[in-house]
Design a protein around this ligand. Structure first.
Ligand code: PHE
Length: 456
């Protein structure tokens, strides 16, 4: 079955489509998580495996999501109902909508932090402070109640405004404005970092392959990172591609989004490590790298406030275009499935995620002792979504498109009814039918193993 609704809204231009999809993919996953994972998992060796994962697993899933979205012209849950009516496949879509909600529940907390750090960059000085000063400052701030929540409210309000304004005027326009801004800031910061004395030590650290660090667990978390970073496995790309035009080249768009996402992740590494090494600071892991190590680096630079300010603007812009896409998954679902207006749907989602995000934020402070499976609320949301729901969703999407969808219909959609070529269609079908679900299933089982481990 195909959705013949020609009145449905679409993005306006090819560049708008590309920037909106790339905006979803490029986020905190690229600028904060990727460089640290690369740095601590064998540099160039990790990079090679990462590139392998995005090309042979992430990209096929993205193409599959583009097929589902554009073919059905529907939200993530409705899409499966339209393509496979009367079946249980729509469960994949419901899992996706739920995942969007839960990811926002923790993502908004970090997004709020980026605003706090923009504010601090403007109002305070980072000069003459030690790593410990920054560590104490972060923990004082994040364990508080009003300040982190205030920033979350502001970030959600910005999201709310953009998403409620609609697909073309809100989402597409903001992506066209924010993505070039992100790119320009990233280039400026890369140049600044690379021209610092001793920058080459950072590049060395980043690109020197060290295969001794590669083991099965690194392999598996690399795959997880690839999915999270490409925004696949939960219906985000289904929702966005439902707004694509009938003439949009799906294969090329997926390839471009994947390349942009990988390139920005690598550039983030180029921006961070030379600077960190230039000032003789140890590249530490996780949240620390961006909120403790980097302010410390900026404090040692000439014009420190300027550099830290534009860095945190970069981070918040990256987070914004990603949160918009997550918000849209849930909003489109409520709007179309529950038949309520877009404005109302946006309002429900905004208030829903606000509740979750407040709970996550408080789990750094007064709620830090409320744990499940040994995880705080924030960590639990992160764990359930990125580690369980995305791989599971990605695997089901592969199985759906690989086994349930008629190859002729799939090929017709992916070639715009024969008007563009798809040279590797047979290889693509093989990947999506056997290789990708098997590999993703492997990641998933690994994580389930972890879950049992955590329970005992
Ligand atoms: N890809 C985004 C990032 O790298 C996160 C994201 C995941 C966005 C899933 C949408 C869907 O930060």
């Amino acid at each position: 079955m195909i959705n013949t609704d020609t009145t449905r809204v679409t993005f306006g231009s090819r560049i708008g489509i590309l920037l909106a999809a790339a905006g979803s993919a490029v986020g905190l996953g690229n600028i904060w998580r990727f460089p640290y994972m690369l740095g601590s998992n064998g540099g160039a060796a990790f990079l090679l495996i990462y590139i392998f994962c995005i090309i042979f697993l992430g990209l096929p899933v993205m193409i599959a999501e583009f097929y589902i979205g554009r073919h059905s012209k529907s939200n993530a849950a409705g899409a499966f109902r339209i393509i496979a009516p009367g079946t249980k496949w729509s469960v994949i879509g419901y899992i996706g909508v739920l995942a969007a909600f839960l990811i926002l529940g923790f993502y908004f907390v970090i997004a709020g932090w980026t605003l706090e750090y923009i504010f601090q960059s403007v109002t305070e000085t980072f000069v003459d402070k030690s790593v410990d000063d920054f560590r104490v400052a972060l923990s004082d701030f994040s364990s508080g109640i009003f300040r982190p929540v205030l920033w979350i409210i502001i970030f959600i309000a910005i999201n709310h405004l953009i998403v409620s304004t609609g697909v073309k005027k809100g989402i597409e326009r903001s992506a066209k404005l924010l993505m070039p801004l992100l790119f320009v800031i990233l280039i400026i910061l890369c140049v600044r970092s690379l021209t610092l004395p001793g920058a080459s030590a950072g590049l060395d650290f980043l690109f020197r392959p060290d295969f001794s660090k590669i083991n099965s667990s690194v392999l598996l978390s690399t795959m997880g990172q690839a999915f999270f970073s490409l925004s696949v496995g939960m219906g985000c790309m289904i929702t966005y591609s439902s707004y694509f035009k009938d003439t949009t080249n799906l294969q090329r768009t997926a390839l471009e989004v994947t390349l942009i996402d990988a390139m920005i992740a690598i550039m983030a590494g180029v921006m961070i490590f030379p600077a960190v090494f230039s000032f003789g600071i140890e590249p530490t892991a996780g949240v620390e790298l961006v909120f403790i190590t980097l302010p410390n680096v900026f404090g040692k630079m000439f014009l420190s406030n300027f550099w830290s300010c534009i860095f945190f603007i970069l981070l918040s812009v990256a987070a914004l275009t990603s949160t918009i896409s997550l918000h849209e998954v849930a909003t489109a679902y409520l709007h179309e499935e529950m038949k309520i207006t877009r404005k109302r749907a946006t309002l429900f989602v905004s208030f829903g995620v606000l509740t979750l995000a407040i709970l996550s934020s408080l789990s750094f402070g007064i709620l830090k002792d409320f744990t499940l499976l040994g995880l705080t609320f924030f960590d639990l949301l992160d764990y359930i979504t990125a580690k369980l729901m995305l791989p599971f969703g990605g695997m089901l999407i592969c199985i759906f498109v690989g086994w349930r969808v008629d190859k002729k219909i799939l090929k017709a959609e992916l070639t715009n009814r024969g008007s563009v070529a798809f040279y590797f269609f047979t290889i693509y079908c093989f990947l999506i039918r056997y290789i990708a679900p098997a590999a993703i299933g492997f990641v998933f089982l690994n994580e389930l193993g972890l879950l049992r481990f955590l329970k005992s």
